[in-house]
Write a protein that binds this ligand. Structure first.
Ligand code: ZN
Length: 146
């Protein structure tokens, strides 16, 4: 009857592992920095792998049948891959955030450069600050009409 207890434990563990994933996907924890979620997932991954080791140990001790071992092991492995998938998603979105932050920072510095001149520079586009080619009616950079 030990397999009933094991199955119940796996269901419970799976519930606690996967619940925050679904909650975060729905945006309830959005104000938390992704670094924290990343760390939590790493901890959870370690727990799942520890459970997997325990399972193998129990199996070697003859406490689990082949079928139970297969079933429970598959459950843990699915959990682990769900966690790894989420960690990958977080790492990918962090990389994207860094690039877009850098791009907007350079855009911002360019804007302050062009705006820090004395008053309005007539040789520059009032819209984007790009240099105006004399005689042109439109900005070559943003298409602003002069
Ligand atoms: Zn312009």
């Amino acid at each position: 009857m030990i397999w009933v207890a094991c199955a119940a434990l796996v269901v419970l563990a799976g519930f606690f592992v996967l619940m925050p994933l679904f909650r975060e996907r729905s945006g309830a924890d959005k104000e938390l920095p992704s670094e924290t979620e990343h760390d939590r997932l790493l901890n959870r991954k370690a727990v799942v792998y520890a459970n997997l080791k325990d399972l193998e140990l129990e199996y070697k001790m003859g406490r689990l049948s082949d079928a139970d071992f297969q079933q429970l092991g598959t459950g843990y492995k699915n959990e682990a891959s769900a966690i790894l998938y989420r960690i990958d998603q977080i790492r990918a979105s962090e990389g994207r955030d860094k690039t877009s932050a850098k791009a907007s920072a350079s855009r911002k510095s360019r804007r302050t450069e062009s705006g820090s001149g004395q008053g309005r520079d007539l040789s520059r586009c009032p819209s984007c600050g790009a240099e105006i080619i004399p005689g042109k009616k439109f900005c070559a950079d943003c298409g602003h009409r002069f």
